[in-house]
Design a binder for this molecule. Structure first.
Ligand code: IPE
Ligand code: IPE
Ligand code: MG
Length: 258
């Protein structure tokens, strides 16, 4: 008994990475990065301090995802509903991409990653649009992990936009109503060539989807943690992957042994 206890307590703290099955890494992981405001409030700081800290940890999680073999990582940075926040908070959030992209893009290029953004970018300032456009163009031919940032993104808006495009094709006569199926709808989303999300992580203790990737998460596993986004670590990312690997993904069928 004593020996067994010793063995457990002597395990390295960051051991979830070692326990991962390399053959069962989710291809597409999505993260709702929530809790910046509460992180700041707990410290008596303005909400903007939480956003600053939150942006600062993104790189470590992207790196952890790349190292574990995740092929696509999509993070929720700003929702179509986040415009309902006070103007000064919004303008602070919109000031963050400039510095973030300046320090992050060299690393994206070095890691051969492809950077993409999804959402209605037309509502962003011309400056932010240019920064995002440049980053996407610069990394477009890279062949490593796809890092996808959702900015002014709403799952319902994405479906409205897809429906409009499909309706236009039907009106033009290039698509028949009978041809509309799941693949056609999927191909009109922001993420036509990305596979469905297999693991969705949400930090901060909230257990809701908040209009994120509504179509793509149809069969995703959800991992909720009380950790606030600025405190999220690579170790907890590995823990989420480990939890995913221990789920029984039946997808409407019967239990499969993993
Ligand atoms: C997530 O943190 C960041 C954005 C939504 C932009 P919040 O700002 O929502 O933080 P809480 O939920 O108020 O703690
Ligand atoms: C979801 O978080 C959006 C992002 C993390 C960008 P919110 O904080 O906006 O979501 P609600 O309001 O708690 O549902
Ligand atoms: Mg929130």
């Amino acid at each position: 008994m004593l020996n067994l206890f010793k063995k457990i307590t002597q395990e390295p703290v960051d051991s979830f990475q070692d326990r991962l099955n390399k053959d069962d890494i989710p291809k597409h992981v999505a993260i709702i990065m929530d809790g910046n405001g509460r992180w700041a409030k707990q410290r008596g700081l303005p909400r903007t301090a939480g956003h600053k800290k939150g942006v600062g940890i993104i790189e470590s999680i992207v790196e952890a995802a790349g190292q574990t073999g995740v092929e696509m990582l999509t993070v929720y940075a700003f929702s179509t509903e986040n415009w309902n926040r006070p103007e000064d908070e919004i303008s602070y959030i919109m000031s963050l991409p400039e510095r973030f992209f300046a320090s992050f893009m060299p690393k994206v290029m070095e890691a051969n990653m492809q950077l993409r953004c999804i959402g209605d970018l037309s509502r962003l300032t011309p400056k932010v649009q240019t920064i995002i456009q440049d980053a996407m163009e610069q990394s477009a031919d890279n062949t490593g992990m796809i890092f996808n940032i959702a900015v002014n993104y709403g799952g319902r808006l994405e479906l409205v936009r897809a429906t409009q495009k499909i309706a236009q094709e039907v009106a033009k006569g290039t698509l028949a109503v009978e041809e509309i199926n799941e693949a056609i709808i999927g191909s009109h989303l922001y993420t036509p060539e990305l596979p469905d999300v297999e693991l969705l992580i949400r930090t901060s203790g909230e257990e809701r989807v908040s209009n994120f990737l509504l179509w793509q998460i149809a069969y995703a596993e959800f991992y909720f943690t009380d950790t606030l986004w600025p405190d999220f670590t690579p170790d907890e990312f590995h823990r989420a992957l480990y939890a995913y690997q221990n789920r029984d993904r039946r997808k409407g069928g019967l239990t499969q042994s993993k």
